[in-house]
Structures are given as C-alpha cells and as structure tokens.
Design a protein around this ligand. Structure first.
Ligand code: KMH
Ligand code: ZN
Length: 284
C-alpha cells in the first residue's frame, strides 16, 4: 500500500490515443503541429507529463520510428513536459514494433502489465513481452509507467519488480486505467482494491474511460493518487457536451486537484517524482 498522499498532483495528459478517428473528434491532435500545440496548451493548464500516441498522414495510428523521434524532439524543444511514449500502440500493432519505441529515447514509456480484452479486441501483453520490454527500459534508462487495466495486473507488475529489480531511477509509478470494457470497472471500490495491492512507496495515477472519468478522478484524489486525463480516454465533458480540446480536461483536473488542496505539480516536480534521466540537449 503506498504511503501518505502527496502534497501536489501529477496531471498526465493523454491527448490522442490509438482508437478514436479524427472524423469523430475534430479536436483530436493527429499531426505533429496539432500535438505540439495541444501539449503547450495542456502544460499551461497544469499538465506535467504527456502520454503520446502518434498518427500517420492519414491520421491512422503508427509506430514509425522516424516520426516518434521527431515527436520526442519537438515536444522537448517546445514544452518542458515529461515525454512518455506509448508502447501499447494500437491493438493491431505487432509486439516487435512496440519494443522498438524505446529507440526514440523518451523520458518515460507505458508498460502494460497483462493481456486485456479491449472491447471487441484483445490488447496483447504476454509475460515474455512484458519482461523483455521492462529489461529494455532498464538498459535504455527510460522510466516505465506500469499501466494496470485489471487487479491481476498489479500482481504481474510486482512479479516484474521481484524478478528484474527496480526500474530506471529506482522509483515505481503505476497508472490505473479503469472502465475499459474487459478491464476493472471505473469505481471507487475497484480503485481502492487496486491501490491496496500496490507496493510500498509506489506512486500512482488513475484514469477512468468515458463515463467513469469523473468518479475515478474524484476517487483518485481522495485516495491520494495522481490524475491522467485526455481525449485518449474521454470524449465528453458532460452529457451532450463533446470535448473540444484536451486542455479543457486538463483545466478541469487542475481545478479538482486544487479543490483537493493538492494543486498541479510543475514539470520539474514531476521529473523529481519519477526520477527521469536528464536528457537536456538531446533531440530524441
Ligand atoms: N491503445 C491501447 C490498445 C498504452 O498506451 O500503453 C493501449 C494503450 C496503452 O493505449
Ligand atoms: Zn495509450
């Protein structure tokens, strides 16, 4: 069980994801220019970390290494956000392409701790893939964020730590992704159960997909967690009110965190929490 609540809140923005079509959400950032503009606006609104999926010229998800490198470089140049690349990609992405993401040298990467039914699809994360990815994060000095879609995945995260030792930097940070059809529900009860199973000293954030966004954010704040928000997870601000831009979700999260007397962390505070490598001067 993690220790006491932190005094400030890490707000992660996940602006794009791999599942939503631009046609269905016009505010979704799918070009590099849109992504950088979104990242700047979200940083101004209180975000400290950006969780990145990129798209190709037809706005379809891609793991193209050249594009990933250019994205890391542009985000580093134009924002001070911690840059986290998704190694989850899209459900259609092969495992070997997902491993190569680390070659783009992000500050952090996501690392999902188990296979999950994902709506009608399967998000594949077999143990040998997780183990290989984890060891590669250690070698590449990239801080993993353990993505936990279900309670059993907490056990798999602990198995990784027990088998291969601590992550780069020595600090463990997890993110509860709740409310995916096939994963744990986006409820306070599920959140409390997952948090109780986390290792001592571990920091954690939570995000609730779709309708579970607000219940999960409020539960996370009251249980001492950090927040992830963004159009990867949430396309509706309120009933009948689509999200127009990611910064709306970040601003709302920052307000909630401030009401909880745990205002947003600065990007320097996020780096200190996660113990990311100083890559100043690197272009990605
Ligand atoms: N797009 C989902 C299948 C991650 O970024 O690591 C996986 C996902 C998790 O979004
Ligand atoms: Zn993602």
């Amino acid at each position: 069980m993690p220790a006491q609540a932190p005094s400030r809140t890490l707000i992660t923005v996940a602006p794009t994801g791999a599942e939503t079509a631009k046609a269905d959400a016009p505010g979704l950032p799918v070009t590099l220019e849109e992504l950088v503009a979104t990242a700047k606006a979200c940083e101004a609104a209180g975000a400290g970390l950006v969780h990145v999926h990129i798209r190709d010229d037809d706005a379809r998800p891609t793991l193209d290494l050249g594009r990933l490198r250019a994205t890391v470089a542009a985000l580093r140049e134009q924002t001070s956000l911690v840059v986290q690349l998704s190694t989850g990609g899209a459900v259609t992405d092969p495992l070997d392409a997902r491993l190569k993401v680390l070659e783009a040298e992000p500050d952090s990467c996501s690392l999902t701790c188990g296979t999950t039914n994902f709506g009608d699809d399967v998000f594949l994360n077999p143990w040998p893939f997780m183990a290989e990815l984890y060891q590669q994060t250690q070698a590449a000095e990239v801080v993993p964020e353990f993505e936990l879609f279900d309670l059993g995945q907490v056990t798999s995260m602990r198995r990784l730590l027990d088998t291969y030792g601590p992550p780069y930097g020595g600090h463990v940070h997890a993110d509860l992704v709740m409310g995916v059809p096939g994963g744990m529900p986006g409820t306070a009860a599920a959140l409390v159960a997952a948090v109780a199973a986390l290792p001592e000293g571990c920091s954690w954030s939570a995000t609730g997909i779709g309708r579970s966004t607000l219940p999960v954010a409020l539960a996370a704040l009251s249980a001492g967690g950090h927040l992830r928000v963004g159009m990867e997870d949430t396309l509706t601000l309120a009933k009948g009110r689509p999200v127009r831009a990611n910064e709306e979700l970040v601003s709302r999260a920052a307000e909630l965190a401030t009401i909880a007397a745990r205002p947003p962390m600065t990007t320097d505070e996020v780096r200190a929490l996660l113990r990311t490598k100083d890559r100043t001067g690197e272009t990605g």
